[in-house]
Design a binder for this molecule. Structure first.
Ligand SMILES: NC(=O)c1ccc[n+]([C@@H]2O[C@H](COP(=O)([O-])OP(=O)(O)OC[C@H]3O[C@@H](n4cnc5c(N)ncnc54)[C@H](OP(=O)(O)O)[C@@H]3O)[C@@H](O)[C@H]2O)c1
Length: 271
C-alpha cells in the first residue's frame, strides 16, 4: 500500500492529537476528508469534527472495517477496551498506527491478532499546528512499505524519523515533553524582557519568534548549534555576557537533566 492507493484512513479516538493529524492529512491533499473515518466515545465531538472538516463519523468497528490505515489515538489506559472491541474482526491487510504513549508494539500485537501490521509513533503536541517532531518504530510484522507509507503520512503534520523501539522512552523525554520545556524557556525569555521594561505582549511575541527563527536557521543550515552560537557571539559583546550568565545558573545541565528524568519517568509509566 502507498499513499496514492489508500482507500480510507480511520481514527479510533478523535481528541486533540487525532484532529491535528487529520488537518495535516487533509491540507496536504494526501487524502480527501470524505475518506477519513473517526470514532469517539463523545458523539458531540464527532459531529463537530464532521461539520468542521467533512470527515465521516462511525463506530470503532465500522471505522476499522472501512479503513486500510487506522490511527489508534485514545489514551493509553483506554487501549484494552479498544483491543476488546476489535477482537471479532479481521485486520488482514490493514496498517495500525498507534500514537498511544508508552504502549509497546508487542502489547498492541498481543491485544489484537497475530500477524497484524503495527507501527508505534511518538508525535508531540505541535501536531495540532502541523509542526510535530515524530519518531516511529516498526512492530514485529510491519514491513518496509509500511514504514515508507507511515513516513509520508507523518510528514503531512511535521517531521518524522524512524528509530528502534528501545529509544522511544528517550524520545518521549526529548520531543514528547520537549514543547513544555520550550514554553518554559520562552516564558523565561519574555520575563527577562518584562523585567527590563518591555510590555508582556511585546516580550512574548519577540521571544516566541526568536525561538522559531533560531530553530529554522538550525534546520535549514544543518550547522551544529555551537557553530551558530559562536557566529552571533562577538568578543565582549552583549550575547557573550548573556550566555555566561546562563551557564553560571546551570542552564545546559538543567535541560539535560530534564530529558534524563522525563525518560526515566516514561520507562516507569510503561511498566
Ligand atoms: N497530547 C500530546 O502531547 C501527546 C503526545 C504524544 C502522544 N500522545 C498520545 O496521543 C493519544 C491521544 O492524546 P490526546 O491528547 O489526543 O487525547 P484526548 O484529547 O483525550 O483524545 C482521546 C479521545 O479518545 C476518546 N476515547 C476514549 N475511549 C475511546 C474508545 N474506546 N473508542 C473511541 N474513542 C475513545 C476520548 O474520549 P473521552 O475524552 O470521553 O475519554 C477522547 O476524545 C494518547 O494516547 C496520548 O498518549 C499525546
Amino acid at each position: 500500500m502507498t499513499s496514492s492507493n489508500i482507500q480510507n484512513i480511520g481514527f479510533i479516538g478523535a481528541g486533540k492529537m487525532a484532529e491535528g493529524i487529520m488537518k495535516g492529512l487533509i491540507k496536504s491533499g494526501v487524502i480527501h476528508s470524505e475518506k477519513i473515518f473517526a470514532s469517539d466515545i463523545d458523539p458531540d465531538r464527532l459531529s463537530w469534527l464532521s461539520q468542521t472538516y467533512g470527515i465521516k463519523s462511525a463506530a470503532s468497528l465500522e471505522t476499522v472495517q472501512a479503513c486500510d490505515v487506522v490511527f489508534f489515538a485514545v489514551k493509553p489506559q483506554q487501549a484494552d477496551s479498544v483491543f476488546e472491541e476489535l477482537k471479532a474482526i479481521s485486520l488482514d491487510g490493514k496498517l495500525i498506527l498507534s500514537i498511544m504513549a508508552g504502549v509497546p508494539t508487542r502489547r498492541i500485537e498481543e491485544g489484537l491478532k497475530t500477524g497484524v501490521h503495527v507501527i508505534r509513533i511518538m508525535p508531540n503536541i505541535a501536531a495540532t499546528v502541523q509542526a510535530a517532531a515524530s519518531a516511529f518504530c516498526l512492530g514485529k510484522w510491519a514491513t518496509a512499505d509500511d514504514a515508507a507509507l507511515t513516513r509520508t503520512l507523518l510528514k503531512t503534520f511535521g517531521t518524522a524519523v524512524q528509530v528502534e523501539e528501545k529509544h522511544l522512552d528517550a524520545i518521549t523525554g526529548l520531543s514528547g515533553s520537549g514543547p513544555a520545556y520550550v514554553f518554559a524557556f520562552i516564558e523565561a525569555l519574555a520575563d527577562g524582557g518584562v523585567r527590563m521594561g518591555l510590555s508582556r505582549d511585546t516580550a512574548l511575541t519577540l521571544a516566541a519568534q526568536t525561538v522559531k527563527g533560531a530553530a529554522k536557521m538550525l534546520l535549514e543550515t544543518g550547522d551544529h548549534p555551537a557553530v551558530l552560537r559562536d557566529r552571533v557571539t562577538s568578543p565582549a559583546g552583549t550575547t557573550s555576557y548573556g550566555l555566561a550568565e546562563m551557564e553560571k545558573y546551570g542552564f545546559k545541565n538543567a535541560v539535560i537533566q530534564a530529558v534524563v528524568r522525563a525518560t526515566e519517568r516514561s520507562k516507569e509509566l510503561g511498566q
